[in-house]
Write a protein that binds this ligand. Structure first.
Ligand code: SAM
Length: 190
């Protein structure tokens, strides 16, 4: 299906087809601060194309897990790893960690750092993702969020680390270039 087919059928462009501003900001922050991930175990939550996790692999993370619910996004992570010259076979969890607040995942205590790029665009999902991330922060995992000012960005205990002007597409944003910020979810909460 082509871009004009999508338009004719009023279908939104697929999430995995873009490096969203939130993920771009995280990836750039990783390249600017590679010690953040070097030798660390990383989860790229709601990875989409895999941009944040791929940046972490390139910056010598010890291990990177990707997480997505969309099977096509999972396929795109494989392709994007290859397109970036990575020879590792990506570790992808195709499951919904946040669907149920009691839902558990055995790896959750083994990640040193979790990245969540552009995840606050729908109300119910945003609240669930935020609660899930907050629980991981309380367990001591470092949580970094990339966000360009989405409607449902939570009113949480964040420290803004950096902001970037990132190139994007009018297919998904109002402008070709927008500001996207990287935040740390503070550990000493609740
Ligand atoms: C706006 S995109 C951001 C993708 C990527 N992080 C980036 O910044 O480019 C949001 C992604 O979240 C995924 N997603 C939505 N709900 C999810 C969930 N419960 N668990 C995992 N992924 C989810 C979607 O399939 C989509 O690929």
């Amino acid at each position: 299906m082509t871009e004009s087919d999508l338009k004719q059928k009023n279908i939104s462009p697929p999430f995995w087809a873009f490096a969203w501003p939130g993920g771009q900001a995280i990836a750039r922050y990783i390249f600017d601060n590679p010690s953040l991930v070097k030798n660390k175990s990383v989860l790229d939550l709601a990875s989409g194309s895999g941009i944040a996790g791929i940046a972490a692999i390139i910056a010598f993370a010890r291990h990177v897990d990707f997480n997505e619910i969309d099977p096509l996004a999972c396929a795109s992570i494989h392709l994007n790893c290859a397109a970036n010259g990575l020879t590792v076979y990506p570790s992808i969890f195709r499951k919904n960690f946040i669907a149920d607040p009691t839902h558990d995942c055995s790896q959750k205590n083994s990640w040193d750092i979790i990245f969540a790029g552009d995840v606050f665009y729908e109300q119910p999902m945003s609240q669930k993702i935020f609660n899930w991330l907050l629980n991981r922060a309380r367990e001591g995992t470092e949580i970094l969020i990339g966000d360009p000012g989405r409607c449902y960005f939570p009113d949480g205990p964040f420290e803004m680390l950096y902001q970037y002007s990132v190139k994007t597409s009018k297919m998904i944003e109002k402008e070709d270039e927008i500001i996207s910020r990287v935040y740390r979810l503070l550990h000493d909460v609740g």
